[in-house]
Design a protein around this ligand. Sequence first.
Ligand SMILES: CC(C)(COP(=O)(O)OP(=O)(O)OC[C@H]1O[C@@H](n2cnc3c(N)ncnc32)[C@H](O)[C@@H]1OP(=O)(O)O)[C@@H](O)C(=O)NCCC(=O)NCCS
Length: 126
Amino acid sequence: MNIHDIGIDIIEIKRVDDAIKNNNRFLNKMFTDKEIEYFESKNLRIESIAGNFAAKEAISKSIGTGIRSFNFKDIEVLRDELGKPIVKTYNNLKQICIDYNVLEIKVSISHCKEYAVANAITIVKE
Ligand SMILES: CC(C)(COP(=O)(O)OP(=O)(O)OC[C@H]1O[C@@H](n2cnc3c(N)ncnc32)[C@H](O)[C@@H]1OP(=O)(O)O)[C@@H](O)C(=O)NCCC(=O)NCCS
């Protein structure tokens, strides 16, 4: 087991709030149906939405490409029964993970009043 790379992202929560208010397709463009279901279960709490957005950018950095050759919805960040984020990949990113021998992508999210941050680590087979 090896670390392929790490990634971090910080975002102003207000930017995500503005994006949602100014573009009624923003949520559907960036997030999977299951992520939107999770946000709805939290009454569309903006900190959680911004945290998931930061998580996707951090994950893209931990792959080493940024959001390139795959799109935001190829990354799905849900929560386990204790609230810990869990990462699933789809479509082009799923194939990239197979090509890179990725075993797991881990992500951690935090937020305060103004910012959401996320750290990601991509683990590959030796
Ligand atoms: C890489 C990316 C996620 C950065 O996110 P951002 O919100 O624009 O910028 P951030 O301030 O969070 O991060 C910038 C840092 O990311 C790091 N970074 C840049 N490319 C990277 C890569 N391929 N892998 C890992 N880290 C990368 C750099 O350290 C950079 O800081 P630096 O230029 O001072 O060295 C984003 O720009 C991206 O996905 N680019 C890919 C191509 C693109 O533009 N796609 C369209 C997206 S809508």
